[in-house]
Design a protein around this ligand. Structure first.
Ligand SMILES: [Zn+2]
Length: 271
């Protein structure tokens, strides 16, 4: 009888913890979005036991250095050990910011292909969570900007500058109909009577912010006035929803939650 060798391989990756789910009595499976491998699942044996060294390490939003093993028999990785290399100390205590930031985790968990490395998306993610952590009161703004960057880096880039039908350039200070299903902005002569609705017109300021966010240009506080930022928050929601529902498989639950929290007075929250 011949023995079949099981090949195991040790890997060390940097990743963001997206989600955990229990496996049996004391084990858990974690979903990580890693720099090196993209989204992966890894089992942590005994991690629900009180004295397990991984307790408190593998929490959602933690950025960890994970030492894993992988065998050719299973697509599931296994944890050997892990340490925290970054955690958002501020926004974990800020209810609105925390719920808003969950949209980032849901985007990666729900829409990213498994084991498909996307280092640029990893870096955009860590940068967005860092912004929310530094200024949790502006979480809604940063997370909406992240959504546009996420669409670009996931292959669903909108054209904010040219009409999606006739390719004519939009004058930079001109509002336009914005129809994500058409691929971006549409000029008034190309919009069908059905599409030429007032509520589908997007202001040039909002289009400018969306296009900068999509391109990954860091938007510093001092370059955006508060009024433009709040118009952007209100007006970009339709675009974000439509891009999710047209190109991805539906609207994330945490987006609905974020909008609900922002409109209810109970959503107001300090430290
Ligand atoms: Zn046109």
């Amino acid at each position: 009888m011949t023995m079949t060798a099981v090949h195991t391989q040790a890997v060390s990756v940097q990743g963001l913890v997206l989600r955990r789910s229990p496996l049996g009595e004391s084990d858990q499976i974690f979903t990580l979005f890693t720099y090196e491998l993209g989204k992966i699942k890894a089992a942590a044996r005994g991690s629900l036991k009180p004295k397990n060294p991984l307790r408190g390490i593998l929490e959602p939003f933690h950025q960890v250095q994970a030492h894993l093993v992988h065998s050719d028999r299973s697509s599931l990785y296994r944890f050997q050990s892990a340490e925290v290399i970054g955690r958002p100390s501020t926004f974990l205590n800020h209810l609105t910011a925390l719920h808003t930031a969950y949209l980032v985790l849901e985007c990666l968990d729900r829409y990213c292909e498994p084991e498909n490395a996307n280092p640029e998306l990893y870096e955009a993610t860590i940068a967005a969570l860092g912004q929310v952590n530094r200024e949790p009161d502006r979480a809604g703004y940063f997370i909406r900007c992240f959504c546009f960057r996420f669409f670009t880096l996931s292959g669903y880039a909108m054209d904010w500058h040219h009409c999606a039908r006739c390719n004519r350039q939009r004058p930079p200070d001109r509002s336009a109909f914005c129809l994500p299903a058409a691929g971006g902005v549409v000029c008034s002569s190309c919009a069908s009577p059905d599409e030429a609705r007032k509520e589908w017109i997007v202001e040039s300021d909002v289009l400018a912010l969306a296009s900068r966010a999509a391109a990954g240009e860091s938007i510093r506080s001092e370059t955006v006035d508060q009024q433009t930022e709040s118009i952007f928050e209100r007006r970009s929601d339709r675009l974000i929803r439509e891009i999710f529902s047209h190109y991805l498989d539906g609207i994330p639950r945490s987006l609905l939650m974020m909008e609900k929290l922002e409109t209810s007075p109970d959503g107001e929250n300090s430290e």
